[in-house]
Ligand binder design. Sequence first.
Ligand code: PHE
Length: 444
Amino acid sequence: MTTVRDSFHSRIGFVLAAAGSAIGLGNIWGFPTQAANNGGGAFLFVYLIVTLLLALPALYAEIYIGNQAQKNPVSALAEACQDSVPRFGRFAGLFGLMGAILMLSFYTIVAGWMLAHALSPLAGLMGFNDISQWLLSSSTTRSILFTPVFIILGAAIIHQGVHAGIEKWSARLMPILLMMLIGLIIYILQQEGADEGLALYLIPDFSQLSDPKLIIAAMGQAFFSLSIGVGGMMVYGSYMEKGKDIGKLVLSITALDTFIAFLAGLLIIPALFVAQHAGQDVFIDNKLVGEGQLIFQILPALFNTMGDVGAFVAFGFFSLMSIAALTSTISSTEVPVSYLVEDKKMTRSKATLVVSTIVFCASMTLVANFDTLFGAVINWVSTVQLPIMGLFYFIVVGWLWSRGNKLTDKSELSNSRTLWLWGNYLRFICPVLISIVFINVAFN
Ligand code: PHE
């Protein structure tokens, strides 16, 4: 019996789902904090270059493999490497799948914090002040409660399938996200202190460009932000009809993702300066205090100074973060789910349950060993796992995959100059560029 694979019903559906995957905590929080720490406009400049030269081609390769194979990432990579190193292809697919679970193990924790912060002002408005305070406290109990809430939200969407779940929900949630973001920017830019933040963000301090760490940070950020390397984009590519113009789609996704990161910078960096203006310690020696934790201390305190309006702004902001995190979570979850459904013949509901349980156990392991594991897993995923998979995608499309790959097919390449250039760029230049960055990481 052949069953028809579930799929996206329109190009815009695919673009919104892929943009939903790309746009997440990485854009709204990661990008602005990295920019604030690494020379503001200078970081923005390097980020754009790395995105164009490396991340966009890697995203193309990932979506292209999935789209050609029309299979889940493990089978897709095994198929692409069929004639050269079939076992290795499968292994790489499983390695990516592990990356998806690891990514979810920390992402759902942070997403749970966002959700708790979104609910806190509501509890406050209803007069439950103790609960409202507790929702802001960084307690283990809070993580134990809210991480599963988030996992269940993701599972509820995933279990409905690709068209009815992922596509429909992405189309609903993404416009809300954009509107909230723009509304918050308009509000923050009118507050005192915001101009200073705008200046730091938009005027590049080029003296920081010579720092090799800047390029590494920008590359890690670009890969994470475009969701490259865990197979989420590959599986989405496989749910799109074969043979679409992937170049154009990848350009739109990259443009949307980068635009939202840029907008988030317009919100967060001025917000930090508004908070500083209101008397909070935000920067010490030109570095942000508290790194990733900052958002949970500075921003709620800032919203608090705004009185009742602040409660709504806080709700808006943290709901925004929660929505962005939710659409990113579902793409990673779809990787193991599609594998279990297609290769292990499980029903979609059972696969969703199995994967959610595994993610729950993984995230609770992180919660229980927070100090040792949490930062380490984030670091491993963003600086090792994702770029290694990116490198692997380049090698697959450039070298290992022969049949049905127009990027290495001589007759296809001789027909189109653009395709010839693009194919050779992916085959020769990208692997070298990414390796150079890797060598830099290893020796720094
Ligand atoms: N791109 C998402 C973000 O910016 C994170 C993500 C990484 C999602 C890898 C899926 C896969 O937050």
